[in-house]
Each structure stands twice: as C-alpha cells, then as structure tokens.
Write a protein that binds this ligand. Structure first.
Ligand SMILES: [Zn+2]
Ligand SMILES: [Zn+2]
Length: 307
C-alpha cells in the first residue's frame, strides 16, 4: 500500500466585514495571526502566512510562542521580498526580549535584518495611517499582555461654533481659541489572550465596529480551565455581548479539539440567537464561505440593478 501524503495545510480564515477584511489563522496553543489588510496591520504572528507579509505593522499581544513564532520570519521575508522593513509594536516589557530574539538571528544568518521596534506603555498610541492610531492597553493573561484598539481621530468643529461664518472662525483661531475638538471613532479592537475583566468594557473596545477576541473554551465544565489559563469561556463572551456595540465580534483561538459546529451551538445556547447573530468564527471556513458567496451575490445583483 502506498503511504499517504501529509494532510493539506489549513486554509486561512476569511471574513469581509465592510470596509474591512479580517483574515488569518488561529488555533489555541498552535498559532494565531490576524490580518486587517485595509489597516495595513496584523495582530500577532504565530506563524507568517504569505498574505501577512503585505501588512507593514504587527501588533504583538504577548510573548507566548503561538503568537510570536513567525515574527522573525516576517521581518526577514519582508526585506527579502523587497517590501521594506516591518514594524513590531509591543508591550514595553516585552521589547528587550524581542530585540534579543532578533539579535540571535543576526548570528544565525550572518546578516542584519532591518526592522522597527515600537515599545508602548499602557494607553500609549502609535500612528498606523493618517489620523488612525493603534492604542495599547493591558489585559490579564498571567504574563505581560496587551490588547489594542484601532482608533480614527477626526477633528470636529465645536458645537458652539457651528454655523459661524468662516471669517469669524479664522479670527477666533488666530486669537488662539480652540475651535475644534477631536472625535474618536473606534474602528477595531483586538483582545489577544485574556481573562475576563475591565479591559473588555473599555469604551474604545465596547464601541469598536469590529472586535476580534479569543474564546478558548466552550465546554460547560471547562470554566475552571479558562480561569486557570486566563482565557475566555463562551459564557464570558455571551455575557460580554450584552454591552457590546460592535457590528461584528470575531472569535478566534478555539482549541483544535473544538469543532466549529460545536462552538457555534454552545454560543447559541449561552447567548441566544439574537446576541449570537453578530458573532463570527474566523476559522469556520464553511459558514464564512457561504456568507461571502451571499455578499458576492448581493453585490452582483446591486451592480446589475444600476447597469
Ligand atoms: Zn494563545
Ligand atoms: Zn497566551
């Protein structure tokens, strides 16, 4: 009998949550990498799929291997492919270890890979696009761990000056009067690996359009395991959904043992159909493919209508 070829590598998960694509791979303990191409951003780099190279910034949540295993390869490969140095944003407590890891590769490869390391303190921001920043905040995972909020900052005229003629506004500005205020629009939030706690209900998380969060445990009797490992259980997510304003909550980081059908059933039981409606699983290829086909059919129909 012929030996079998190895199993085919899993495809990347993909969701189109207008205007953002959310794509990547995430299995607890194995690897997590989540890319938002429209933001030129990846969250974590457990391994480096080819598509992830195109994003210039990686926001690192914490140092566990399933979240950082592909960082050095990502930096090296971006330079090798002529895409320019990558930028690694991380918790300032993690930065020295990341630098030591990258320095180790200089000895191994006998060449220097340029990259930019951006250590952040809690609540510190890093601009990733014009008027769009990545804001870091600590989460609870038993090791230095960050979540991130992606925030658009729009300058808005203060209400008291609305309707005032341009000339008067210019006058006020010249006198040094603050006529505008900064409006913050939370576009996306990423929780990394985390226990339930206050960071989940921050305003820049709660009000984000798209939230990407771990949910590692689904079995009713695995609540203890979730607590011990500082992870979320589906019951935590069900409760959390009650206060979220997001259009979509993307769950990642399920274990390999959890089947997607099982995960969805458990979520439905815990949260009810109404709350579960906004929830997607990044790695539920079948459901996501069907959803994308519907989106494409709708787009085609809309186009036929206007033609
Ligand atoms: Zn993990
Ligand atoms: Zn972890």
């Amino acid at each position: 009998m012929l030996p079998k070829p190895p199993p085919r590598e899993g495809a990347l998960g993909f969701l189109y949550l207008p205007p953002y694509r959310v794509q990547g791979y995430s299995v607890a303990g194995e690897a997590t990498v989540v890319q938002a191409p429209e933001l030129d951003l990846c969250f974590d780099m457990g391994f480096c799929p080819r598509a992830a190279l195109a994003s210039k910034v990686v926001a690192v949540s914490h140092g566990h291997m399933d979240h950082v295993g592909g960082l050095a390869y990502y930096c090296s490969q971006r330079v090798f492919q002529g895409m320019g140095p990558g930028t690694l944003v991380c918790d300032e407590r993690l930065a020295p270890a990341i630098k030591r890891m990258m320095d180790g590769y200089i000895d191994l490869e006998q060449q220097v890979t340029p990259y930019t390391l951006v250590p952040l303190a809690p609540e510190q921001e890093h601009e990733i696009k014009n008027n769009i920043v990545l804001r870091a905040f600590p989460v609870e995972h038993g090791c230095p761990a960050f979540g991130y909020a992606v925030i658009e900052k729009r300058s808005k005229l203060r209400e008291e000056y609305a309707g005032m003629p341009q000339e008067s506004l210019r006058e006020l500005k010249k006198k040094g009067v603050e006529i505008t205020r900064i409006l913050e629009i939370p576009l996306m939030a990423y929780l990394g690996d985390t226990a339930p706690g206050p960071p989940l209900v921050r305003e820049d998380v709660r009000r984000a359009k798209v939230i990407i969060s771990e949910c590692t445990f689904f079995d009713a009797d695995h609540r203890d395991r979730a607590r011990v490992g500082n992870h979320l259980h589906v019951d935590d997510v069900a409760e959390w959904l009650g206060v979220l304003e997001c259009e979509a909550l993307v769950l990642i980081h399920a274990s390999r043992r959890t089947s997607m059908a099982q995960a969805r059933r458990r979520l439905l039981d815990a949260a009810g159909p109404e709350r579960a409606e906004r929830v997607h699983f990044l790695m539920d290829h079948r459901a996501n493919r069907a959803r994308y086909d519907r989106q494409r059919a709708d787009a085609d129909a809309a186009q036929a209508h206007t033609a």
